[in-house]
Design a protein around this ligand. Structure first.
Ligand SMILES: C[S@@+](CC[C@H](N)C(=O)[O-])C[C@H]1O[C@@H](n2cnc3c(N)ncnc32)[C@H](O)[C@@H]1O
Length: 180
């Protein structure tokens, strides 16, 4: 399956959400997404931070910012992509066949996670409203669990190309090699 998976971070507030939005981006990258879009906002320092991780740890994860969320979704759908909105009100990923339907659907996937309250329109625009359990928790947990289930754990073994540093897993201590 060679479809793109991109995360849309909705509602990022630079003065409040810097840390958690950085985590959302790092989770997206580490758990197999191709990139992240921060809608309706430009936060240059946040972008630099994530780009710096990509430079050192490899891969071609991209960060985009500034477009309105409606435009991002409109363009995504126009190209035949699907919208997966993570929300505690959605279909439970464990108790329904929603993940199978997502896997069978055609087109690239845009996974939406909110910072503040997501507008009701998002629930209608989404092709799938998916709950990682129907209890409130966090966009970080929701995104990590969704991506891990989508990729069946295989993303955890992915090699990131052009990395300058790489970890050699070991039982105790830290082994890091520097490349180039
Ligand atoms: C911490 S919540 C804040 C939500 C906001 N306070 C509200 O009332 O809508 C931020 C994001 O985490 C995600 N989230 C939280 N719990 C979830 C769950 N059980 N399943 C899926 N996504 C969840 C959703 O994407 C949500 O927009």
């Amino acid at each position: 399956m060679n479809r793109k998976i991109v995360v849309l971070r909705w509602g990022h507030r630079p003065e409040r959400d810097k840390r958690i939005s950085t985590h959302v981006a790092l989770i997206a990258r580490a758990f197999g997404a191709d990139g992240i879009i921060f809608s309706d906002v430009i936060d240059q320092r946040l972008k630099e931070k994530i780009d710096d991780v990509v430079r050192r740890w490899g891969g071609d994860f991209f960060v985009e910012m500034g477009k309105s969320w409606r435009q991002v979704i409109h363009e995504w759908k126009k190209k035949g992509g699907k919208i997966v909105h993570l929300t505690m009100y959605g279909e439970n990923i464990e108790g329904s066949d929603v993940l199978d339907r997502i896997k069978k659907a055609e087109g690239d996937i845009l996974v939406v996670v909110g910072a503040e309250k997501v507008p009701p329109e998002m629930y209608r625009l989404a092709d799938f409203n998916v709950a990682i359990g129907n209890q409130p928790h966090s966009e970080c947990a929701a995104l990590a669990v969704f991506l891990d289930r989508y990729f069946g754990g295989k993303e955890l073994l992915r090699e990131f190309k052009n990395a300058k540093v790489r970890i050699i897993p070991c039982r105790a201590g830290k082994k890091v090699i520097r490349i180039g």
